[in-house]
Write a protein that binds this ligand. Structure first.
Ligand SMILES: NC(=O)c1ccc[n+]([C@@H]2O[C@H](COP(=O)([O-])OP(=O)(O)OC[C@H]3O[C@@H](n4cnc5c(N)ncnc54)[C@H](OP(=O)(O)O)[C@@H]3O)[C@@H](O)[C@H]2O)c1
Length: 178
């Protein structure tokens, strides 16, 4: 049986990038929010996604403290027919997302779990921040990826400090040719 969110493949010819911060168990969130506050990861996220299109699920949009992310085209996925979100394009399927990305070279999928699960198999690039900690109370998770599918192209270790309670590492992976 098809999932209600299943869409056709190959509607978009540009680069599909996924960006996420996970703990050591692939956890990404708890109670509608991020696992912890890492200011340098937010800077990293901004630096990578600014001036691009970002696609997110309705729950992730609602978790953003100041609404739509500035200097980016924000696309929010929802099944709610008449939903409107300030400074966002509302889409009701991935097919509709691709229609809004026809002129884009690169589109970022920024979460949450439901969105990552629908897009990861099509992603070309994965920006993964691994927080070197395990959060017991997490309730949303990033899908497990097969390391054979990906090549690590960049790795930057970051130490905990007064603003960052855990060590973390910025990884960039590119999907291997099939
Ligand atoms: N660590 C990270 O990097 C990171 C990044 C982003 C988010 N997060 C966390 O992830 C959690 C949220 O994840 P989540 O999985 O619960 O929610 P989500 O993926 O953000 O949003 C889910 C909602 O998106 C809509 N949706 C999903 N697929 C759709 C499709 N194909 N077509 C139309 N609408 C679609 C539905 O909205 P409707 O119910 O309105 O129909 C669905 O309820 C939060 O805790 C957040 O903080 C973490």
């Amino acid at each position: 049986m098809q999932n209600k969110h299943t869409t056709k493949r190959n509607e978009f010819s540009g680069e599909i990038a996924v960006i996420v911060a996970t703990d050591e168990n692939n956890a990404i969130g708890k109670k509608g929010n991020l696992l912890c506050h890492l200011p340098n990861d937010l800077k990293h996220f901004k630096q990578i996604t600014e001036h691009h299109t970002v696609v997110m699920g309705r729950k992730t949009f609602e978790s953003l403290p100041k609404g739509a992310l500035p200097n980016r085209k924000n696309i929010v996925l929802t099944s709610q027919k008449h939903a409107e979100f300030t400074n966002c394009i509302v889409c009701h399927s991935l097919d509709e997302v691709w229609q809004h990305c026809e002129n884009e070279d690169k589109v970022f999928f920024i979460g949450g779990e439901q969105i990552y699960r629908q897009i990861i198999d099509r992603a070309n690039t994965l920006y993964l921040t691994r927080i070197h900690h395990t959060f017991d109370d997490a309730d949303t998770f990033f899908p497990v990826i097969d390391p054979d599918d990906w090549t690590l192209v960049e790795e930057k270790k970051q130490d905990a400090d007064e603003k960052h309670p855990f060590n973390y590492t910025f990884f960039t992976y590119i999907r291997n040719d099939k």
